[in-house]
Design a protein around this ligand. Sequence first.
Ligand SMILES: O=C(O)CCC(=O)C(=O)O
Ligand SMILES: [Mn+2]
Length: 232
Amino acid sequence: MPAMEEGVQTSLQSLPRGVRFHPGYLDGNAQAALLAAVRSIFAAAPLFTPRMPKSGRPFTVRMSNCGPLGWVSDENGYRYQPLHPETGRPWPPMPAELLAIWRELAGYPDPPEACLINFYGAGAKMGLHQDRDEADFAAPVVSISLGDSCLFRVGGLRRGEPTRAFRLNSGDAVTLGGQARLCFHGVDRIYPGTSRLLPEGGRINLTLRRVTRGAFARAAQAPAAEAMHDKP
Ligand SMILES: O=C(O)CCC(=O)C(=O)O
Ligand SMILES: [Mn+2]
């Protein structure tokens, strides 16, 4: 029988197809190395507070990005852009640690173009949503957690379908790919004081994303066009 904690299903047998959970993916040293890279990113591209489209209501998480593109949100909507919304400078390059994680977990030949970095203070959360601002859904979203644990929730392809929640700890990785690429997901809450990785407390989540359709997606989705080119 699955263990239950605050109504949280901790058996992972019933995760939706396409959701891959890698508990303890990064060991302590790898977490510290990735955190050092994240600190340099924050120094060059400071955390900003995104706002909801239309209403302008602030998110409870703060964000930064690295890579050629970064995800931002404000009154004008959700989008990817090459420049930090406050400094106007390009996002810092993606560190080698993140590229290595993508190569190992994504199973996708083209490199990631954006890494959204969320910082959750003790009271922050993220409502159920889909990651659908990308033009390439053939690539998975690869997520890494650092710092305090959280309660992560995943559901189906439609809002209102049943969801299940499980705890993500520092060093855990999750990929949403295949049938789960567009599944609803969110973060219900943080468990303050559950990790000593960040002396200031809180949780950092990094999500690696392919944004534009790379060569692989184009080839996979246009077999007819490819075949036509092959004709003499
Ligand atoms: O913090 C997490 O684990 C998930 C973050 C997320 O879903 C997002 O940034 O789109
Ligand atoms: Mn998401």
